[in-house]
Structure formats: C-alpha cells, structure tokens
Design a protein around this ligand. Structure first.
Ligand code: NAP
Length: 509
C-alpha cells in the first residue's frame, strides 16, 4: 500500500498539546470525554463556545422546552438518574443532568469555556490537527472529535422586508426571557417541534397570537406524567429496575422503526390516530381541515403534545395558512393581501441540519475544505463518524445518524465506543493516524441512500432531513440496534493506517 499523497516529509515526532480535542460540551462531547477518561486516556480538552455546558439544552430555553424522548432513555446508559420528575422532563432538568455529569466525571478542568473553534487544519507533516480558536490560540491535537451536533445553526426565513420590522423578533433558540408578552400581538412563524411546545405557553399571555403554518405537522398525544415518589425511591434502591424501565421504553420506541423504515404503510395507522386526535381536540371543522396534514406521518418529524391543539382553540389565537408575502415595520402582509399588525415575531423556523458545518472549519491535507465537499455532494461519512481524506477526525451525531423514532444518545454512545477502538487500533499498529478508505465510505453511502429511498422520509414531503436536491443526509435509515451491531467492532480493514516518520502506510491488507 502506498503512502497517502499528503505524506511529504518525514517528521520528527511532535508532541501535541492534547491527544484528543473535542468540540462542544453537549451530550455528545461530554460522552466522548467521559469514556476517554474511563479508558485511561486523560489527555483531552473540550472547547466550548459558550460559558456553560449543555449544547442544544443550554441554547434552547424557550417556555415549554422539553425532550420528546422519555427522560429515562434520553440520558446516558452509564449514568441513570432515578430522580427524573416526569416521563418527559423539561429542559431545565435536562440541563441540570448534563451539569451533574460534568461535575461527577470531573470534566470542568478539561473544558475551555468561551472558546469557539474557528478552523481546524490537518498538518500532514506532523499528523496533527491544528485547531484555531476565536481567542487566537492554536491548539494541536492528535485526534479531533466534533460534538457540535446538527441543530445549532438557526434558520431565519427568507421573507421580503423582514429586516424592516421594527418590533421585537427572536428565534426560538435565542429566547428573550425579558420580553413581556402581556397585551402584545405576536406572530409565530413555523409549526415544528419547537413551536408546538412554546405556542401553548405564549398563547395564554398575549393579546393576539397569529401562528403562521406552512405545513401542518402530525401531532399525537404525549404519554407524559409525573414520576411517582415511590418509583424514584424504587429506582434508587434497585437500579436494575430502572434499567428494565429504560429497556422497555427503548424497545417500544425501537419498534417504531418498522413503520418508519421497513413498511411505511404501517404509518397509515398513525395517520388515523392523528386525525382522531384532531377531531377530539379541535372544535372548528375549518380549523380541523387546516391542521390535517396531507403527507405520511413520520415524513416530517412526528410530534407529540397534549396542549398544542387546545391552544389553537383559543379565541385570541389564529392559524394563518395563507403564507407571508412581506413583512413591514409593524405588520405582516399575507399572500391573500391582509395586513396583520404585530408587536413581535418569533421564529420557530428550525435549524440548518443538512448543512451542519461552516466553510473553513475542517481543512484536510492538501487544503481540502470539508464544507465545500459536503455542500456540493451532501454531507457523507462512514457510519456518520469518519470522513475519507480527513485523518483522525471523528464526528458524533454526524451525517445520516439522526433518528425519527428513538434516542440520539443511544447512537452517540455507539459512536464513542467505535472512536475509542479507532484510537486503540492506531496505537496497536504503532501508527500516527487512520483514514477511512474512500471506496469503503462510498459503498456504505451508496447502500444507505438506496435504503433510505424506501423509508417514510422519502414518501413525498419536504423536510429539513433532506437537501433541496432530495438527498437525505441526516437520518439513519434503519433500526438503532443495527447501527449498534455494525459499529460495535471496528473493522480495521476499512481504514488505512499510517506513520508519518516512516512514511509508510500500515494498512491491514
Ligand atoms: P423544524 O421542525 O424544522 O420546524 C420549522 C418550522 O418552521 C416548520 O413548521 C417549517 O414549515 C417552518 N418554516 C420554516 N421556514 C419557513 C418559512 N420561510 N415560512 C413559513 N414557515 C417556515 O424546527 P424546530 O421546531 O426548531 O425543530 C427542529 C428540530 O429540533 C426537530 O425536528 C427536532 O429534531 C429538534 N427538536 C427536538 C425537540 C425534542 O423534543 N426532542 C424539541 C424541539 C426541537 P415546513 O414544515 O413547511 O417546512
């Protein structure tokens, strides 16, 4: 096997600042750090652009924010929390859990807060990543792990005149808690996972709420309830019971992959449930009609709520479905020519999940910008983790590892386990780096894209799961068990291993 082209000069061994540099301190980054530590790898650093840990759970603080995956599953398998207050605990509690993990595993000294990753460049001569930060530092690392997640770049709608609006406006991910809604006329744009959580909270406070819906979501009742004090005590005393509880939630959620990925026709049953739910909740037949989706449930994220439809029955709430023509200084003009005076606009318009990294953030050997490549072809990686041509770089929650049916934390734990094996294998071979083979990555993605065509996500709707060209770069098209099974053991032959100083590739074949 020939050495990769970027081997240009034998180098004396260079000691990096840290062995592993992790970007982000959400669930993903922290999970990586905890497992590195457990594996006895203490040379790591986490870069965090903000002043606290938590990732999306730090950023999203809008009223009503909660996870739509039950808390006993939406938490680390190795750090059960018997004290969850509800089946679906609210954001502040999830954030407290994340802080608890940070303290318990002694991660704070490893975290550089208020330090944003700006640019990561791979230096072929030393086989090190050079990470440029917003504070002007350059940190070198052997391994680079991105725990940035796909939901951190807010989307603002492209509407004529938006910048001329003189009232208050903010995105759901940047909620202004100082803003007093009392007596205000408020427009909400978007009816996705975030909006259906905050609309019921805001509706009772405002004078008027105009909810601009482009596409109705499918919404089902949420099986939420308080956890009983005796359940919390039992879980504390007998942790295996909590594990059982978690497992049954996991299996119940996992079974939904049958409808999402194997036989989307099963989703017709969900559509029936959704229609019945609308009928039971919404009084006005015309409003029912507007709220009934015309695509298969699951094609866009399936939502759960017990108070969304009730909020839409309120006399001060209007569902606007005519679309927005333009925004003026103090009003919104609809496509049918109405002018709606508003004091505030809240954007519940989501995130750029299909375009998760910025230009210049990951520069490989030979100066290749990963963003440019992903922008052109759609984000692609091997099991969402490794990208050919970018040695020793790993993604958590990377391309095609998102889920519509189960907990993303299950996927993150599988990815962390895989990455640790990569690190071990590099050392075992006395190499400096590994790089997934292009043909392996291509074959994986070809198969994945073929499979995803038969899932519910390709059944004919537009969603943030897909790019404009229709390519789905965000979701794992199968059971999470399969992902776990396929990533639980590293297949070293999938990678080329290289050692800089000897200028040779130590490939397995
Ligand atoms: P989202 O699901 O992408 O929803 C965005 C909404 O904005 C959609 O209704 C979309 O309409 C609408 N929209 C976008 N551009 C628009 C425009 N120009 N004019 C009118 N409407 C426009 O965003 P999100 O609600 O912030 O949620 C994003 C993701 O975050 C979720 O899918 C989920 O993965 C995650 N999340 C999770 C939870 C949880 O409980 N786990 C909670 C919140 C968020 P169209 O449908 O027509 O595009």
């Amino acid at each position: 096997m020939n050495a990769p082209a970027y081997f240009n000069a034998p180098a004396a061994p260079v000691t990096p600042d840290v062995e592993t540099l992790i970007i982000g301190t959400g669930f993903a980054g922290l999970c990586m750090a905890i497992q590195l530590q457990k594996a006895g790898r203490h040379s790591f650093m986490l870069l965090e652009k903000a002043e606290d840990v938590g990732g999306t759970w730090r950023e999203n603080t809008y009223p009503g924010c909660a996870c739509d995956v039950p808390s006993h599953l939406y938490s680390f398998s190795f750090e059960p929390n018997p004290d969850w207050s509800r089946m679906y605990s609210p954001q502040p509690e999830i954030q407290r859990y994340i802080r608890h993990c940070t303290e318990k595993y002694g991660l704070r000294p490893h975290i550089r807060f208020n330090t944003e990753m700006k640019r990561c460049e791979f230096d072929g001569a030393s086989a090190l990543w050079h990470v440029h930060t917003g504070t002007g530092e350059i940190i070198t690392a052997r391994y680079l792990v991105s725990g940035m997640g796909p939901l951190h770049k807010p989307v603002y709608p492209k509407i004529a005149g938006l910048e001329t609006f003189k009232g208050k406006s903010f995105h759901s991910a940047h909620w202004d808690h100082e803003y007093d809604f009392t007596g205000k006329r408020v427009a909400v744009i978007g009816t996705g996972a975030s909006a259906i959580q905050f609309v019921p909270q805001v509706a009772g406070k405002v004078e008027e709420l105009h909810l601009f819906q482009r596409t109705p979501p499918w919404v089902l009742p949420k099986a939420d309830r308080d956890m009983k004090p005796w359940e919390q005590k039992l879980f504390k005393a007998l942790p295996f019971l909590q594990r059982l509880f978690r497992s049954q939630i996991y299996l119940r959620m996992e079974s939904r992959a049958l409808g999402f990925t194997v036989n989307p026709k099963l989703m017709n049953k969900i559509a029936e449930m959704g229609r019945k739910y609308i009928a039971s909740q919404i009084d006005d037949p015309a409003l029912r009609e507007k709220l009934t989706p015309d695509y298969m449930p699951g094609c866009k994220r399936l939502l759960i709520s017990n108070d969304y439809y009730a909020a839409l029955n309120r006399a001060n709430v209007t569902l606007e479905t005519d679309g927005i023509k333009e925004v003026r200084a103090s009003s919104i003009i609809t496509n049918d020519g109405r002018e709606i005076e508003v004091d505030a606009i809240i954007y519940g318009t989501g995130f750029e999940a299909a375009d998760p990294i910025n230009p210049g953030q990951f520069i490989g050997p030979d100066g290749k910008d990963l963003h440019a490549h992903w922008e052109k072809n759609g984000a692609e990686a091997y099991y969402g983790i490794s990208v050919s041509g970018y040695p020793n770089l790993f993604f958590l929650s990377g391309p095609n590892t998102g889920l519509g049916h189960n907990s993303i934390i299950f996927m993150i734990e599988a990815q962390v386990n895989y990455i640790l094996q990569c690190l071990d294998e590099v050392e075992k071979r006395g190499a400096d780096m590994l790089d997934v083979r292009q043909n392996v990555q291509d074959a994986f993605n070809e198969k994945l894209q073929k499979e995803i065509k038969t899932t519910v996500w390709s059944s004919g709707c537009t969603s943030w799961y897909q790019r404009e060209d229709g390519k789905n770069t965000t979701l794992w098209p199968s059971f999470t068990m399969r992902y776990w099974h396929e990533t639980r053991r590293l297949h070293p032959n999938d990678y080329a291993f290289s050692k800089v100083s000897e200028k040779i590739a130590l490939a397995a074949d």
